[in-house]
Write a protein of this length. Sequence first.
Lengths: 109, 117
Amino acid sequence: GIQVEQSPPDLILQEGANSTLRCNFSDSVNNLQWFHQNPWGQLINLFYIPSGTKQNGRLSATTVATERYSLLYISSSQTTDSGVYFCAVEYVSWGKLQFGAGTQVVVTP
Amino acid sequence: DTGVSQNPRHKITKRGQNVTFRCDPISEHNRLYWYRQTLGQGPEFLTYFQNEAQLEKSRLLSDRFSAERPKGSFSTLEIQRTEQGDSAMYLCASSSRDRGNLYNEQFFGPGTRLTVL
């Protein structure tokens, strides 16, 4: 099956700092999603981004499908950004998502 | 549109008991997925429904697990003779895809956290 690797595994930020999270995948994919998992376990959709660049407020994402990676940018981080960020790729036609292991982000005041 | 809902949110059971979880997808979403997440890991795929048909099952889904989606609406996941290794968060997701359209964004419910004592 496809391999999805996220880096770094852990990230500690001071409030106001910027950061970049990376997702590498080992094969061609149909689609890619970024999620934020809050402390209660809810997966919140951040981006649906099979290719190109998207922005939503302080967050933006870029997927370069030909080079098999995606980046998630967090600017001016806030304590509410804390949590685990997952990248997930869809590589079969019926939509199964393969998740990476996640990046644990802690934003300190 | 109230999103994907799951019940119960938490379940504590003793080893050997049967448990059943329910998922209500976003209305008119024709695709429904179950995933399982253990501590410190990303979610792992369990099974997939398109409308009422169960079309894919992971090897993670042992004979003790069964899932249904009658009438293509809500879905249930039952675990028989629970084991301590079944303790996990069980997540449901739904999406909508038409023929010829590759868009398949999945939306997740809040999950059911199962603890097997």
